[in-house]
Design a protein around this ligand. Structure first.
Ligand code: AMP
Ligand code: MG
Length: 481
């Protein structure tokens, strides 16, 4: 029995259920692996002893080496619309699915490597990843998880000891181990549909139902019900992003999951001053993936999923389109419901009041008020000072005041349970990653620690609650990580 077998008992239902949608492949060598960060809480969830993962055999496993006999990683195939343009063959160009494990709560989770070397899907890329972007994925995923947002999470980042060539020069390389409910994406369905083999598409859909949406049941209508479940899960997910000011940054169909988890933290960032036009990504010139466009874009991505599912929904093409369209039209209402409920909670209201929310956001946009700071200041009674011109805010605050429940202390406490004090502030994230890339992970660990309890205001952490100091250049994020 190898050590890896003792660490994880891998299953491979994806590779077996839909063999046409992956290629067996091995990780590139990582000759001098160094464990930079290990997610001990997540390791415990997976039922594995963190100390064992820190051993050489554990670290090797986290780079795809020393796997138990019979465990064969695969590179997964998928297609995708990238910035609206269809690419028929994307796939894991630098990633591998190690296998599936059952966690201590009985849930099936994927263990997946990113930066583990070129695969047959690599196209032009080098198959590798740099320390900074992998630590960034780790941090942003943990921050979102702590905020209650469904997300993939990083188990570890291991420096490979090798250099990766990027535009800015050679950078230290790394492999991230990602844990996800699955890596099924809208793009996986697009790829299966484009193969023209209905059996492959059906097997994929049945795998997705078994894994994520068993409530879809069986019978010929199950694929339409699967679609409805994905639409609902994604509508809820994007509402949660919107409620905390998260900008994903690259909402291509291959980055939209079937499980409803956030995936692929590349050029993502948290918005400071409220502005629906907020874009961070250096390549998103048209603002396609701006904060305010996210619900519409996710809906668009789900339309692509609907198209892929059509042949399963009904043999009659017109009937299939009609049924899928009806499901997709539910997205807006589901989104609105989650947003209305969530924004009411942010304001301390018992009932949603869409006009009050819309008017507030317009005030915040016009006066460039920090999105995160505002809601905590509102519960503390200090929000007025955030407005350069406070009169319009006063009028708005009077309207809100009239709607509040009588017990104001309870209102404030409830607001503070949904409005974070700490989100990953761009300037602090950049500073932590720069230092970590140079070999010092102290700031990174401190930031991770702060973000693990985002609602819990603690003395001495004020600087983590503040936006970048005035005069800081606007934050820009980069793809191709
Ligand atoms: P992402 O931007 O991470 O969603 O990746 C989009 C596509 O580009 C996927 O097919 C990836 O596998 C591929 N890709 C990204 N970076 C690399 C890289 N360094 N080497 C090979 N393929 C990559
Ligand atoms: Mg991706």
């Amino acid at each position: 029995m190898t050590v890896a077998r003792m660490l994880f008992d891998f299953d491979d239902t994806y590779a077996r259920d839909v063999p046409a949608l992956s290629v067996p492949w091995s990780a590139a060598p990582a000759p001098h692996p160094e464990l930079l960060v290990l997610n001990e809480g997540l390791a415990a969830e997976l039922g594995v002893d963190p100390a064992a993962l820190r051993e050489p055999a554990g670290v090797a496993l986290l780079t795809g080496h020393g796997l138990p006999d019979g465990v064969v990683p695969v590179a997964q195939a998928y297609a995708g619309h990238q910035f609206g343009g269809y690419v028929p063959r994307l796939g894991d160009g630098r990633a591998l699915l190690l296998g599936e494990v059952t966690d201590t709560a009985g849930r099936r989770r994927d263990l997946h490597l990113k930066g583990s070397g070129r695969t047959p899907f690599a196209r032009g890329g080098d198959g590798r990843a740099a320390v900074g972007p992998m630590l960034r994925e780790y941090l942003m995923g943990e921050a979102n998880h702590a905020l209650g947002i469904p997300t993939t999470r990083a188990l570890s980042v291991v420096a490979t000891g090798e250099e990766v060539l990027r535009e800015e020069g050679p950078l230290p390389g790394a492999v991230l181990c990602r844990v996800a409910a699955s890596h099924l994406r809208v793009g996986t369905f697009q790829y299966a549909a484009a193969s023209g083999d209905l059996d492959v598409l059906r097997a994929l859909a049945d795998h997705a139902i078994a894994r994520h949406h068993p409530a879809a049941g069986d019978g010929p209508d199950r694929y339409l019900r699967l679609y409805r479940h994905v639409v609902d899960a994604q509508a809820e997910l994007v509402s949660r992003w919107m409620l905390v000011g998260f900008v994903h940054g690259v909402l291509n169909t291959d980055n939209t999951t079937i499980s409803g988890e956030t995936i692929d933290y590349g050029p993502c960032a948290y918005m400071d001053a409220f502005d629906p036009a907020t874009v961070f990504s250096s390549i998103d010139h048209a603002g396609r993936y701006a904060y305010g466009n996210q619900p519409g874009i996710v809906q668009w991505n789900l339309a692509r999923l609907g198209e892929a599912l059509l042949p399963l929904i009904d043999a009659d093409a017109d009937a299939a389109v009609e049924a899928a369209t009806a499901v997709l039209s539910g997205f807006a209402e589901t989104y609105r419901r989650h947003w209305a409920r969530g924004s009411a909670a942010k304001l301390g209201l018992a009932e949603p009041d869409p006009d009050l929310v819309t008017d507030l956001l317009e005030l915040m946009r016009a006066q460039r008020v920090d999105f995160t700071t505002f809601f905590r200041a509102l519960s503390a009674g200090t929000a007025r000072s955030l407005f350069a011109e406070p009169e319009p805010f006063d009028a708005w605050a009077a309207r809100r005041e009239a709607l509040l429940p009588a017990d104001r202390a309870a209102v404030a406490a409830a607001m503070d349970r949904v409005n974070p004090v700490y989100v990953p502030r761009n300037h602090l994230v950049e500073q932590a990653l720069t230092e970590a890339t140079a070999g010092d992970t102290t700031s990174f660990r401190q930031l991770l620690d702060v973000l693990a309890r985002p609602f819990d205001e603690r003395p001495g952490l004020q600087r983590y609650a503040e936006p970048a100091p005035a005069g800081c250049p606007p934050h820009v994020t980069y793809c191709g990580t």
